[in-house]
Design a binder for this molecule. Structure first.
Ligand code: ZN
Length: 687
């Protein structure tokens, strides 16, 4: 959404406040500002630590997002000290960064943006640098410079492509100085620089130029089919879903050969129109439109030549596998021909897959980054479409793309980032996730970086866990799905949703439980069956689904059963529970036998005496037992605690810790194992 400047909101703010306000307005429209892209600045007089009046350049720090900008995202630099740099002939990136760090007015500010010098060298008090779709269409058109002249006359300065940094800043400053009437600079294959005398004028100039570019492109649209005739029609939604459920684990396996990825599907109308057009293959294989897209989408997407009217899901699957492999080979050749000594070798697999009739699949280290990659590729589609309306779309060359992708400064930034968590890039399904133990497990796995799919019949409870985990660990990190694990259809649907959201499954923690205790002769058949339904059939159904997906992915997997000490030691008055838990344990061992050759490990955790927060004790059972023992239902837990021969306290977190051990690579050499969590009192060891 494009927002108007509201004078009431801006009035009375400091230079920095107005800069924050302007940045947020710009960031509100993805057609203007990409996620974490663009930077803004303002020049002001401030009082320094010695009480002197000094000129300060406020500029966005590296890594923050304009949409959510706050004063802490900006860095103040001593302007006079920065401006001196313009006199230099050349300046390496390392020297530039080092120099700028010494110009900061406060020691604890974010690192200044790599495009800081662009803001410092231009004389204007307020400057915006953005990468808007419509401007990029001009910047990537083969006759871009001519078209800009035609559309904007002398009001816009054209700057040939140079990698961001000192040279680009100097080139822009020199060109703008010799064009006194100019309102903006268009940077070829990069973006837009605009300015103004005050914050509002700057904002309105930025939006004004973008809207002019948009109108110019729209004028060319009338009566013309943009990207050739629609070639392949979108597959109907229900069939599309079915195909995605089949192919996403294949994609995840194919792109995850070097490192696992999380997937995101985009089958919006605009994406379907693009992938189905006769020009999609040629345009998408031209290359990336601007450095900002490239970091998250790579220079090229993989275009999977699929014709849903003629070919089956199996054809598509083999095309995806072969496509990813030839993509990786081509990527290695790209590295070979551009690499400098000491450069690392990146992941050779695609970040974006385009499939006619189906849409786009984007990949990322986590769900959020996969979503951002998809969002950036949608920007690329808009740019390709705009440039094609104006003229012929051109892109960065492979060499220019490599320079950005393996920019030493970007690589250095990566080394500053915290190391990935143990379960980063993984997807874990936890059943019974709303109960005490399930919650603790979901929390523990999410804390280690996993994306957690929360299955439960208690829908509000599972939703609550989802909200808590998303709030703590970020967007896309948890998903609650209603599921009765005893229903074959519900289990299949839950795993289908996990696939559609993340692309597949790496970890299954089968934890859903149900307890029943009564002497043998008082145990009704109905209760016996119920307990076996949840603890045996339920465990069978979820593992069968998980194993099927894990085998298609070909990335191994880990299954953990939350069993019970009752599987090992029979207790009185729990025939149904004991028998079902023993069956569960033997099921785990069977799956371990079958999964071994595929790298699928299956292990069991056997807790004892965990009562706190457990939901397996149903209210009906509580009432019945309480009546039988002559106590109140709320006393039942204490009653059982008293009765356990060895009084120990085992908490859900203790069980979660054991589950983490088996779920993670810490136990990569162990399958068919049993780990007791009995409070350290030898009551439940394997006999
Ligand atoms: Zn830029």
């Amino acid at each position: 959404m494009r927002l108007p400047w509201q004078e009431e909101e801006a009035r009375g703010g400091s230079t920095l406040d107005l800069l924050v306000y302007r940045s947020r307005l710009l960031g509100a429209d993805p057609r203007v500002v990409n996620w974490r892209g663009g930077n803004t600045s303002a020049k002001a007089e401030e009082i320094d630590h010695m009480g002197r009046r000094i000129k300060v350049l406020w500029v966005k720090g590296s890594g923050s997002d304009l949409r959510t900008a706050s004063p802490g995202d900006f860095v103040g630099l001593r302007l006079d000290e920065v401006r001196v740099l313009e006199e230099r002939e050349s300046l390496s990136d390392e020297e530039m960064v080092d120099y700028l760090l010494r110009c900061m007015i406060h020691p604890n500010q974010p690192r200044p943006s790599i495009e800081t010098l662009l803001h410092a060298f231009l004389p204007f008090p307020h400057i915006d640098h953005t990468h808007p779709d419509a401007v990029l269409a001009f910047c990537t058109a083969a006759r871009g410079e001519e078209l800009v002249r035609e559309a904007f006359g002398e009001r816009v300065v054209w700057i040939p492509y140079t990698r961001p940094g000192f040279s680009l800043a100097k080139a822009v400053a020199t060109a703008v100085r010799s064009a006194p009437g100019a309102q903006a600079a268009f940077l070829a294959k990069h973006g837009l620089v605009t300015w103004g005398d005050d914050a509002r004028m700057c904002y309105e100039n930025t939006i004004g130029i973008i809207e002019e570019a948009e109108r110019w492109i729209a004028g060319r649209r009338r009566g013309r089919i943009i990207l050739g005739s629609p070639w392949i029609r979108a597959v109907p939604p229900a069939r599309r879903r079915e195909l995605f459920v089949k192919i996403l684990p294949v994609v995840r396996g194919a792109v995850g050969q070097k490192q696992r990825m999380v997937l995101h599907v985009d089958d919006s109308e605009e994406v379907l129109a693009f992938v189905g057009s006769s020009e999609a293959k040629r345009l998408s294989q031209t290359g990336s439109a601007c450095p900002d897209h490239l970091i998250h989408t790579k220079h090229l997407p993989l275009f999977v030549d699929f014709d849903p009217a003629q070919e089956t899901a199996d054809h598509l699957i083999s095309k995806i596998r072969a496509g990813c492999e030839s993509y990786a080979q081509a990527y290695m050749r790209y590295i070979e021909s551009h690499k400098r000594p000491g450069d690392p070798v990146g992941d050779p697999y695609p970040r974006i897959l385009l499939i006619p009739g189906l849409g786009m699949v984007a990949t990322g280290r986590d769900k959020f980054l996969a979503m951002q990659a998809a969002a950036l590729y949608r920007r690329a589609i808009a740019v390709m479409e705009g440039a094609s309306l104006l003229d012929t779309f051109t892109s960065l060359t492979a060499g220019e793309a490599y320079e950005i992708e393996y920019w030493p400064l970007e690589l250095y930034k990566l080394t500053l980032a915290p190391p990935e968590r143990e379960l980063s890039r993984r997807v874990a399904v936890v059943t019974g996730a709303a109960g005490g133990i399930g919650r603790a497990i979901a929390e523990r796995l999410a804390r280690e970086g996993a994306h957690v799919v929360l299955l439960d019949i208690d829908i509000p409870g599972a939703k609550e866990v989802e909200e808590e985990l998303v709030g703590r660990y970020g967007e896309g990190r948890a998903l609650a799905i209603p599921c009765d694990v005893t229903e074959e259809g519900a289990v299949r649907e839950a795993f289908a949703r996990a696939i559609l959201t993340y692309g597949g499954v790496d970890i299954l923690v089968s934890n859903a439980g149900l307890a029943y205790a009564a002497p043998l002769e008082e145990t009704p058949l109905e209760q016996w069956r119920k307990v076996h339904d949840v603890l045996v059939t339920g465990y069978f159904l979820v593992s069968r689904e998980a194993v099927r997906i894990m085998k298609v992915q070909g990335l191994g997997g880990s299954i953990v059963f939350v069993v019970s000490k009752n599987a090992l030691v029979a207790s009185k008055q729990a025939s149904a529970y004991n028998a079902a838990k023993a069956a569960e344990l033997h099921l785990a061992r069977t799956i371990a036998e079958e999964g071994g050759p595929f790298g699928i490990r299956v292990n069991a955790v056997c807790p004892d005496a965990v009562i706190q927060g457990s939901k397996i004790w149903t209210s009906q059972w509580r009432e019945e037992r309480a009546k039988a023992y002559g106590i109140r239902p709320e006393e039942i837990e204490e009653y059982y605690r008293q009765r356990t021969t060895l009084k120990v306290n085992v908490f859900p977190q203790d069980v979660a810790e054991a589950v983490l051990f088996f779920a993670s690579d810490r136990s990569s050499k162990t399958t068919g194992g049993v780990l007791t969590v009995d409070g350290g009192v030898p009551a439940a060891y394997v006999r």
